[in-house]
Design a protein around this ligand. Sequence first.
Ligand SMILES: C[S@@+](CC[C@H](N)C(=O)[O-])C[C@H]1O[C@@H](n2cnc3c(N)ncnc32)[C@H](O)[C@@H]1O
Length: 226
Amino acid sequence: MQDALSRKQIARSYGTSRWVRSYVSGKLALDPVFQVGRRIISKRNRPVIDLGCGLGILGICLRTSGVALKYKGTDPEPWKINSAKQAMRYYGFEEVGYEVLDALRTDIPAGATVCLIDVLHYLNDLDQEKMISRLAEASHSGSLILIRSALRGTGWRYWMTLLEEKWTRLTGWIRGGAINFPSREGILKSFSRHGLQPQIVPLWGKTPFASHLIVISPPGEPVFRL
Ligand SMILES: C[S@@+](CC[C@H](N)C(=O)[O-])C[C@H]1O[C@@H](n2cnc3c(N)ncnc32)[C@H](O)[C@@H]1O
C-alpha cells in the first residue's frame, strides 16, 4: 500500500468551505475508524459498499492510500454526495461511485465488504431491524459487515455521544433522523436471530464517544481477526 496522503492534503480536496475542511481534518486526526476500516478492507480485498458514506471520507482514504478496489458510497444527503464527488475529482478518481440513496435501498452485491459507519442510530427500531436483516442476508451471501456505532448503556461516553448528537441537530449540521443508539445486547440478539455472532470491540480513538466496531464475518469464511 502506498503512503496515505496527510489529513491536511485530504481535507484540501473538499474545496472552499473552511468548516467542511476542518471537520474532515479533525475526523482524520481523532477518529481511527477510517484507518482501521482501510486495513480490514485492503486485507480482505473485495469490493466495498459504504452505506451512509456522508462526505465519502472512507472512499477518499482508500483511493489516496492506493487501495483501488471497486467502491460505492451512498447517502441520502445530496450535498454530502456532491462534496464526496468533488473530493474524488480533485485527486482524479472520477470512476469512484457515489450516489444519493438510502441505505435500506442500496443494493449489496454478494461477497462485498459492507461498511455502515455511524449510521445505525439514525434509524428507528423498525428500520434498524430491517437494516440488520439486510446486513445478515448479505453476510450469508459472503459479505463481511463492518458496523461502527456508539452503544447505549456504556457510561459517561454514552452521555457525551448523546450530547454531541443533540448538538448536530440544534446546529443543523444533521437534519432529521432518529437518535436511537442500539445496545450491545440488542445487536447480539438481532444478529443471533439470523444465526450470526458479531465481534464487538471499542473503537473511539481520541474521541470522548462510546463508539464500537461490530464485525460480522460471513459464515463460509474464517472469523476475521481484529
Ligand atoms: C455521522 S454521519 C457518518 C458519515 C460517514 N459514514 C462517516 O463516517 O464519515 C451519518 C450519515 O448517515 C446518513 N444517513 C442518515 N440516515 C440514513 C439512511 N437511512 N440511509 C443512509 N444514510 C443515512 C447521514 O446523511 C449522514 O451522512
